[in-house]
Write a protein that binds this ligand. Structure first.
Ligand code: NAD
Ligand code: UDP
Length: 343
């Protein structure tokens, strides 16, 4: 793709080499924003940068470093005109967060706190923060609206609520902050090129990466966690969203930031819930053969049903998800094939 012209202040993308961050960088470049990635590569490979250059037609500047390195952050703000920050950097595995909670509070809460301090000192008050639907815990109803009560059962979820609270307190204490707290539902799929996508380390915890590895012959069979939930087919229901839709949600949030006063939570989901068996069926259709699964016990801590009311995103950001389940599966499968060396 020919390199698009970029102009205006730089968008600092922390965690920009990761799954959602890398896809968002593609959208930011397409929207004409100069981008600077800051990533410590704790959960990303440097090859992502070459892939991003191939997709966008330009080298994406990247600083290898940690958001908790204060001197580094201060240098970044001193050396560049940063117009806004999109803050993806953090740890994200629910199970791991119960085993090493301090790492989660350190990376996610202390990292965000330091970023906000440095932003404040530099006079940059525009932030898009990666929050999560996990902040709703087990919702009392679906679809989930942003004004539902917050509550969660694990350390990861608590780090997201804490950072949201810090943002709300900060924005209430001082005028001029524009913060979008984007609550993602379940991101799946990949860039249609098959060059970038999600690359879990070890055994995937999440449904789609696991199912894609079953499809690629790397795992034998999907264990479906629970078939006695009060859902149409008894399996858990979630709001799966194509990562390119999610990425575009960030450029929409950036464009809308001047009109968002304070710290505003916004759901990014499709508003449509699919069960585990719906996902197995959809990916089987794309792969062209039935994928093996077995019904097993519920996974502790799981909830039955979770999907968004996405109307605020449309009203405030002018954003709506475009891609359906088939595209999510097709693009996820293309990435899985290329990443596993299958033809
Ligand atoms: P990811 O692990 O692929 O990306 C995170 C990136 O941040 C990685 O490249 C990692 O190397 C980097 N990083 C981690 N800690 C860092 C630090 N201290 N300093 C600098 N870089 C650091 O994860 P993702 O799926 O792209 O998620 C991005 C954000 O979205 C995270 O904050 C996550 O909690 C949130 N989120 C993800 C999901 C999901 O299902 N993927 C859902 C809701 C919210
Ligand atoms: N799930 C499953 N088998 C797996 C992984 C997940 O049946 O190997 C189910 C899980 O119980 C839930 C849905 O798939 O109902 C989505 O799980 P995921 O971990 O991807 O997302 P989350 O539960 O965090 O929303």
């Amino acid at each position: 793709m020919p390199a698009p012209k970029t102009s205006g202040p730089t968008i600092l993308v922390t965690g920009g080499a990761g799954f959602i961050g890398s896809h968002t960088v593609v959208e930011l470049v397409a929207a004409g924003h100069p981008v600077l990635i800051l990533d410590n590569f704790s959960n990303a490979k440097p090859e992502v940068l070459d892939r991003l250059a191939r997709i966008t037609g330009q080298a994406i500047p990247c600083i290898t470093g940690d958001v908790r390195d204060r001197a580094l952050l201060e240098r970044v703000f001193a050396d560049h005109t940063i117009g806004a920050v999109i803050h993806f950097a953090g740890l994200k595995a629910v199970g791991e967060s119960t085993e090493v909670p301090l790492s989660y509070y350190q990376n996610n809460v202390a990292g965000s706190l330091q970023l906000l301090e440095v932003m404040q000192a530099a006079g940059c008050r525009n932030l898009v923060f990666s929050s999560s639907a996990t902040v709703y815990g087990d919702p009392h109803a679906v679809p989930i609206r942003e004004d539902f009560p917050l509550g969660t059962t694990n350390a990861y979820g608590r780090t997201k609520i804490m950072v949201e609270d810090i943002c709300r307190d900060l924005a209430a204490s001082e005028r001029g902050w524009h913060i979008a707290l984007l609550r993602y539902f379940n991101p799946v799929g990949a860039h249609p090129s098959g060059l970038i996508g999600e690359e879990p380390q070890g055994v995937p915890n999440n449904l789609m990466p696991y199912l894609l590895q079953v499809a690629a012959g790397q795992r034998e069979c999907l264990s479906v966690f629970g078939s006695d939930y009060p859902t149409p087919d008894g399996t858990g229901v979630r709001d799966y969203i194509h990562v390119m839709d999610l990425a575009r949600g960030h450029t929409a949030a950036l464009a809308a930031l001047p009109g968002l006063d304070g710290a505003v939570p916004v759901n990014l989901g499709t508003g449509q819930g699919y069960s585990v068996l719906d996902m197995v069926k959809a990916l089987s259709a794309v792969v062209g053969r039935p994928l093996p699964y077995t019904l097993t016990a519920r996974r502790p801590g799981d909830i039955a049903c979770c999907y968004s009311d996405p109307s605020r995103a449309e009203a405030m950001l002018g954003w709506k998800a475009r891609f359906g389940l088939e595209t999510m599966c097709r693009d996820g499968w293309a990435w899985q094939r290329s990443n596993s060396g299958l033809s």
